[in-house]
Design a protein around this ligand. Structure first.
Ligand code: PEP
Ligand code: MN
Length: 356
């Protein structure tokens, strides 16, 4: 694949995409655009016109009229503009109104039929397309959407990482699962990767940390929802920030530079280390989850007067894991030591529960 960059900014200078979750009125769209344009940092102005909402009875976007407002943004501020498309008709309308860049939303990337319909509608155009990750952590669907666009003749493509749905409590609205965009960057080094910190965080106070992390993982840019009156936004109010707060966020990002001449070497090393950090963090998260399950089991055993250690269960875990470890090239000594340490910690947790 010969993918061309959409933005082509020098390394060390992130691509900045900002604007409201949804276009709400002409005044709102123009006010935010003027503020962002005055700051001189924004590469692309975003606003959703057709909003794919999880549940009905939410605001579903202003529709085609919003495209006229975006056209006015271009004419009056000089900003380039983008919006989300989810079907053939959206594509035709967006192109008719000279939208500069399109994006495919997370709820669309999951559907090969919808993605193909968009790709067919795009044939013969050279409009740049940004593809959000699918809501579920399926790299195949994300890459599949990229391939469908490319096959339709679109060469300027970027990816947007907006996190993945999960069940249960989380600090994130959408789990970042950083190893997924990292894997895409490894496989497609020419593809620009943009972090949509707004939809990952779902709240304002963590936007900076996630943006910084993306920069530290060598992402090419940021897409952040900005609104002139965030608390009153018609969609995603909790995660939107004003243009001036956004400027502070961007200005305080640390964009780290390389110290040695051998850039390629350092980049490769860094990429590998970041992947290790992500996995180590996941291991710790999983170990924490495992211990909390062990505690639940402890309570259950205590209430039913059952002893902590069941040797048959322990043997079963050990044998299964040694076999699986061998498949993955892990020695049986390592698996035994590793699992024994986990088991010991688990017993300590259960013992504590029994004692309390
Ligand atoms: C959006 O960008 O406002 C949006 C709907 O995003 P996503 O597709 O990531 O949920
Ligand atoms: Mn949104």
């Amino acid at each position: 694949m010969q993918i061309q960059p959409i933005f082509n900014k020098p390394k060390g200078s992130p691509i900045i995409i900002a604007g409201p979750c949804s276009a709400e009125s002409e005044d709102q769209v123009m006010d935010i655009a003027r503020q962002l344009a005055a700051q001189g940092q924004v590469d692309l102005y975003r606003a959703g016109i057709w909003k794919p909402r999880t549940r009905p009875n939410s605001f579903e976007g202003v529709g085609v009229i919003g495209l006229k407002w975006l056209k006015r943004v271009k004419e009056e501020t000089g900003l380039k503009v983008c919006t989300e498309v989810a079907n053939r008709n959206h594509v035709f309308e967006a192109i008719k109104h000279q939208i500069d860049v399109l994006w495919i939303g997370a709820r669309t990337t999951v559907s090969p039929f919808a993605v193909q319909e968009i790709a067919d509608a795009l044939e013969g155009t050279d409009i740049p397309v940004m593809i959000k990750n699918p809501i579920n952590p399926d790299l195949g669907l994300w890459v599949g959407a990229l391939e469908r666009m490319y096959k339709a003749g679109i060469t300027k493509i970027a990816m947007i990482h907006r996190g993945f749905s999960s069940f249960g409590n989380s600090d994130f609205r959408n789990e970042p699962r950083w190893q997924m965009p990292i894997d895409i960057m490894r496989r497609f080094p020419d593809l620009e990767m943009i972090c949509d910190n707004s939809h990952i965080c779902g709240r304002r106070d963590t936007l900076h940390a996630v943006a910084q992390k993306a920069m530290d993982l060598n992402f090419d840019g940021l897409m952040t929802e900005t609104h002139n009156d965030p608390d009153k936004a018609w969609s995603d109010a909790m995660q939107q920030i004003t243009p001036s707060v956004f400027k502070e966020l961007v200005d305080s990002l640390i964009i780290r530079t390389r110290e040695t001449e051998d850039v390629q070497f350092l980049e490769n090393l860094d990429g590998l280390r970041q992947q290790i950090n992500v996995i180590d963090n996941q291991l710790l998260d999983l170990l924490g989850e495992r211990m909390s399950l062990a505690k639940d089991i402890g309570v259950y055993k205590k209430n039913n007067n059952i002893s902590i250690l069941q040797p048959s269960r322990w043997n079963e875990i050990l044998n299964k894991s040694i076999a699986k470890g061998a498949d993955k090239g892990l020695s049986s000594q390592f698996i035994s030591v590793f699992l024994k340490a986990i088991h010991e910690e688990s017993i300590n947790h259960q013992e504590k529960v029994m004692r309390d």
